[in-house]
Design a protein. Structure first.
Length: 534
């Protein structure tokens, strides 16, 4: 049985067990709105308990949200599928576009590898992935063969050509894809949906968190003196971590020794004539700039290390990068707390979103963590198991997810070959790596095949094999070009002209991105989507 089938069977079994049973708690209060709060509330409201589980979102009118325009992983598709919400409904409301993957620009200085694309894979890539991996191994052995990932994946061609990663219904091959969207608008959309589905919405400010004699949260004192009681609380208060951090005193584990970036600037710009189906991450002097194409604008920003440059210097550099130095466009300055809570579930509180932790926006994992955490909480509720052992399993699982994601992000910085600033040199020289990441890099540098160890789970968990190969090959972590030798007949056994032809012909089946966005057809019911349960 496949891993995907096992996940689906477990999910269905959990829902079946809960059908007709009473919830282990009666009232869940989600503190904080925004995308994390409303997404969590919708998932809680969609449990098999139905109206027997009361869900309240408490949203302070005094606290804004951070949303600056965001990208997702392909797992966001499943969220909307489970809720029965069509792309044609939510995407226009949130200025959303499709996302085929991420281009990394300027992270490497190695000739021929100054730019690479991290794809979301498709069924079609099964025919070109093996030549890619084989050529990577041959190049590691010193053979002069093509091993840049962009040549081997359909998603890379779609991004280059401005095509959407969603083919017409008569084309039987699915491509995993994510989205770009305005995070503020998405939060508002989800809020409307949640209220329609029975979630109670209370706009009040929390003045004090009251604990009982055991140390659990008993109630929230609101402005005006009123108290709000609930059995269980979900902390979606962002970096403030009002419940999990301030009230319950949960320790915070910083990742600053692994990841140097702690600040960001957001700056919008006019949309391009062609709407790209990719996020672009461009390395700058003290961090990297994002470009997220929306239908009404481009979302831009600069994630940087405040230890290496000031906020004013970072803003000037970003404006120069965008050719907006003299434009009267205001910038938003943000501070980031990179790391995680020691316990994501502490007593009768689960933290979701920025309150639980953050691993910078490089691979768009923020909403993925929201989804996974909320799904795990729903599973615990439907199993009726909220005891200490369940909490420990939950926290162990979340710790593993955070550490695996952190390792993959750190690998981008560790493998950079820039030497123009102290920032990039310090990242390349940084030895604060987990044993798992050390195993990945040591195996690659010793020119050993990486796939068997990844498949066996010895290290590098959390990201698929193709992602590790795309990253390390895309950064050009190979013997220097002058040391390469002509390949043997075995090493050159793959016909790259056939690969090129297959990728090119496959891409022609996908529509222009802007054209598809103008008329998004229904998609629910597509049988291939049954594979994407979380």
């Amino acid at each position: 049985m496949s891993e995907t089938a096992t996940v689906i069977d477990q999910y269905i079994a959990t829902r079946s067990l809960a059908t007709g049973s009473e919830p282990p708690i009666q009232h869940v209060c989600v503190v904080g709105g925004g995308t994390a709060g409303w997404m969590s509330a919708l998932m809680l409201a969609t449990t098999s308990f139905g109206p027997r589980l009361k869900v309240t979102v408490l949203e302070s009118p005094q606290v804004g949200i951070i949303g600056v325009g965001e990208g997702s992983t392909p797992w966001l598709r499943n969220f909307f599928d489970v809720l029965g919400i069509e792309e044609s409904e939510w995407m226009p409301a949130c200025h959303a576009t499709y996302k085929s993957g991420i281009t990394f620009q300027g992270w490497s200085t190695k000739p021929g590898f100054e730019r690479y694309f991290h794809p979301f894979v498709s069924m079609l890539d099964n025919l070109t992935m093996h030549p890619f991996v084989d050529n990577v191994h041959a190049r590691l052995e010193g053979a002069d063969v093509a091993a840049h990932p962009d040549r081997f994946f359909v998603a890379a061609a779609l991004a280059r050509q401005g095509r959407a990663p969603r083919a017409p219904a008569n084309f039987p091959f699915d491509v995993w894809y994510g989205y770009h969207f305005d995070a503020t608008l998405l939060g508002q959309f989800l809020g409307r949906k949640a209220v329609q589905r029975g979630v109670q919405h209370l706009q009040r400010h929390v003045e004090h968190v009251q604990l009982d004699e055991r140390g659990d949260i008993s109630s929230l004192r609101l402005d005006g003196g009123e108290s709000l009681h609930a059995d269980f609380f979900v902390d979606c208060t962002g970096f403030a971590s009002l419940l999990i951090g301030q009230a319950l005193k949960t320790p915070f584990i910083s990742y600053s020794e692994n990841l140097f970036n702690d600040a960001a600037i957001a700056l919008p710009s006019a949309p391009d004539a062609q709407i790209e189906s990719q996020t672009v991450s461009t390395a700058l002097r003290h961090g990297w700039a994002w470009k997220i194409p929306l239908t009404q604008r481009n979302g831009n920003g600069y994630v940087y290390s405040s230890a290496h440059c000031s906020a004013d210097q970072a803003e000037t550099e970003l404006r120069q990068h965008l050719a907006l130095l003299d434009a009267d466009v205001p910038a938003r300055h943000l501070k980031m707390r990179v790391g995680r809570m020691a316990k994501i579930w502490n007593r009768n509180c689960v933290s979701i979103g920025l309150s639980q932790g953050f691993i910078e926006p490089l691979e768009a994992t923020a909403l993925l963590f929201v989804q996974r955490t909320a799904a795990m909480l729903v599973e615990a509720l439907e199993l009726g198991d909220l005891g200490e052992a369940a909490q420990q399993r939950f926290n162990d699982g979340m710790r593993t997810r955070f550490e695996n994601t952190r390792d993959y992000i750190v690998a981008h910085y560790k493998t950079n070959s820039r030497t123009d600033t102290d920032y990039w040199r310090a990242n390349a020289e940084n030895m604060a790596m987990s044993p798992s990441l050390q195993g990945v890099l040591m195996t690659w540098m010793s020119r050993q095949p990486l796939a068997p160890a990844l498949r066996a789970g010895r290290y590098g968990q959390g990201y698929p094999i193709v992602s590790w190969y795309a990253l390390l090959a895309g950064m050009g972590i190979f013997p220097d070009a002058q040391d390469l030798q002509p390949p043997s007949a075995h090493q050159a056994r793959h016909r790259l002209d056939a690969v090129d032809d297959f990728v090119a012909r496959s891409a022609t089946n996908f529509p222009d991105h802007r054209d598809l966005l103008a008329d998004i057809p229904p998609r629910l019911g597509d049988k291939t989507l049954q594979l994407y349960l979380w």
